[in-house]
Design a protein around this ligand. Structure first.
Ligand SMILES: O=C(O)c1ccccc1NCC(=O)[C@H](O)[C@H](O)COP(=O)(O)O
Length: 215
């Protein structure tokens, strides 16, 4: 039997929704620290949420092209993962992983076959890859936009690559995504919200149920 699909709920801002994600059966939760995001939480709140998650669910702090000071600040809070969701190069990802001593998820935007080729460059420097839709050029943030991408592009992907799928997943679409792409995990933000940055406990439950039914 294959391993259960890992479920990550990204963009949690409150203890109530952290508790709701755990109650629903999520495996990981993500906290976004990026000022232009409607899911942004300040560093003190990130620290409190990590403490509340510890031992109950894996925590992940999402950063965009962070400098060394921010990496050190976040690493000191003791999350299980740091997710790099910006234009970080493989060399920079390796440096951050060494400096932080924390497992790294590298988000890779997918818009065409060349982006799938570029994913290989992160295979040895990240602990996990997150495949996400490539944002439009004018987008004000590099992720969490609720956009999906053409999953058939992933046919050429190394089957041994530890990757999670994200980008516009919803309780309605995630079952088909799990069956057709067969990722090790799935990640959602917009698809379990009623408005940008406003998570909904019932949608989180529906998402988790849909993944478990498919897996
Ligand atoms: O959520 C944000 O606002 C955000 C800001 C900057 C970089 C990344 C961001 N989110 C990434 C995610 O929440 C997920 O990892 C993923 O992209 C899924 O997002 P969605 O398409 O909204 O489900």
């Amino acid at each position: 039997m294959s391993d259960p699909v890992i479920i990550k709920i990204c963009g949690i801002k409150t203890k109530a929704l952290l508790d709701a994600s755990i109650a629903a059966g999520a495996d990981m939760v993500g906290f976004v620290h990026f000022a232009r995001s409607p899911r942004h939480v300040d560093i003190d709140t990130v620290g409190e949420l990590i403490s509340q998650a510890r031992g109950r669910v894996e925590s992940c702090v999402l950063l965009v092209n962070p400098d060394n000071t921010l990496v050190a600040q976040v690493a000191a809070l003791g999350p299980d993962w740091i997710q790099l969701h910006g234009p970080e190069t493989p060399h920079r990802v390796a440096t951050i992983r060494d400096e932080a001593g924390i497992a790294i998820i590298k988000a890779c935007p997918i818009g065409g076959p060349e982006d799938v080729v570029a994913v290989k460059g992160f295979a040895d420097v990240a602990d996990r890859i997150l495949l996400d839709a490539k944002p439009p050029r004018q987008a004000e943030r590099p992720g969490g936009l609720g956009h999906s991408f053409d999953w058939s592009l992933l046919k050429g992907l190394d089957p041994d690559l530890p990757f999670m799928l994200s980008g516009g997943l919803t309780p309605e679409t995630v079952g088909e995504a799990v069956r057709s792409v067969r990722p090790m995990g799935v990640d959602v933000s917009s698809g379990v919200e009623t408005a940008p940055g406003v998570k909904d406990a019932a949608l989180i439950s529906a998402f988790v149920r849909a993944v478990r039914d498919a897996g």
